[in-house]
Write a protein that binds this ligand. Structure first.
Ligand SMILES: Cc1cc2nc3c(=O)[nH]c(=O)nc-3n(C[C@H](O)[C@H](O)[C@H](O)COP(=O)(O)OP(=O)(O)OC[C@H]3O[C@@H](n4cnc5c(N)ncnc54)[C@H](O)[C@@H]3O)c2cc1C
Ligand code: SF4
Length: 281
């Protein structure tokens, strides 16, 4: 199945105006973590927090809605959120934990839960794992190169970055700049070329922008827990939803991109096997 196992797929956005303002797409990650915190489904969440370096995230344990909101928005470089889970439980004493993770990180978390060597105390404390779609990721130096050198704009002026419609976009207070995505090829992390998961197939809930209009997200509920938390949040008015069948570009595009990623990267895996090189799958 090209989108993994799921219960339901809808287009959705957070109703909270503050969340709409700071979030990347429909504010599903921020809205759902904040809702789960408020409802005491979780006691804290590991998110990709801001640092002194512009657009360089660092994993952070957020214990309040304000801290979750401060970490909203996509940073197109690594935030090793998985590393912080242990600390969240051991040092912050969190018994019910939420987190957000790109597909490879969700795989790591599920693996850790299935084979909890040295982390048995952590495996059952993750109550909400939100996966975000990911086509590829960039080392920080790559981001700096194509933003400051190719686009000619200093990182500190950037207010938002986005990938969509075949381009890498940068928004400043008064300008919108873009370069064709093909100009970013070669700058991605090489490990991404053997990655077969686009839509975070192992999340409790997965979300991303593709399939839904600007300002909205495509939300896939997958586990009983994830489906129930999302539905409670919709019922409480935290999100408005639309039937994915009625939105453009809709599921066809999501399926197409997921299939493309799997096919392209499977070829790289096959080639590596042929050459006798190690592959992760
Ligand atoms: C590297 C990368 C590539 C992506 N590629 C695609 C794509 O091809 N197609 C698509 O539809 N969506 C993609 N996304 C997801 C998309 O950009 C949004 O993150 C997603 O739609 C959630 O939006 P939101 O408004 O619900 O989240 P928000 O409410 O804005 O919250 C975003 C959450 O993600 C966390 N976060 C931000 N950056 C990172 C990071 N680098 N690693 C881990 N967590 C992070 C933040 O801490 C925050 O909690 C990508 C995200 C990343 C990080
Ligand atoms: S493409 Fe795969 S390996 Fe690369 S960052 Fe995204 S999820 Fe991780």
């Amino acid at each position: 199945m090209v989108l993994g196992t799921y219960k339901e797929i809808v287009s959705a956005r957070a109703t909270d105006k503050q969340i709409q303002k700071v979030s990347q797409d429909g504010g599903i990650v921020t809205g759902l973590l904040a809702f789960a915190l408020e409802e005491k489904i979780i006691e804290g969440a590991v998110v990709a927090g801001p640092t002194d370096e512009f657009w360089k995230p660092e994993p952070m344990v957020a214990m309040s809605a304000d801290e979750i909101i401060a970490a909203a928005g996509t940073k197109y470089t690594f935030s090793p959120n998985v590393m912080m889970l242990k600390k969240a439980v051991r040092q912050y004493g969190i018994e019910k934990l939420g987190t957000v993770a790109i597909p490879c990180q969700t795989m790591g978390i599920r693996k850790m839960q299935s084979y909890p060597f040295g982390v048995r105390f952590l495996a059952d404390k993750i109550k909400l794992l939100i996966g975000i779609y990911c086509m590829e990721n960039f080392p920080y130096a790559s981001l700096e190169t194509f933003i400051s050198e190719k686009m000619g704009i200093s990182m500190e002026l950037v207010e938002k970055m986005d990938i969509g419609k075949g381009k890498f976009w940068v928004y400043t207070q008064d300008e919108v700049l873009s370069i064709p995505l093909k100009e970013t090829h070669g700058y991605e992390q090489s490990g991404c070329n053997v990655c077969l998961d686009y839509v975070a197939e192992l999340g409790d809930v997965s979300t991303g922008s593709v399939g839904s209009p600007d300002g909205w997200s495509t939300v896939i509920t997958r586990t009983d827990g994830g489906d129930s938390i999302f539905k409670q949040a919709v019922e409480a008015g935290a999100f408005e939803t639309k039937d994915i069948a009625n939105v453009k570009p809709g599921l066809d595009l999501l399926q197409k991109l997921s299939a493309q990623k799997k096919e392209k990267n499977q070829k790289t895996i096959d080639k590596r096997k042929e050459m006798g090189l190690p592959v992760p799958f």
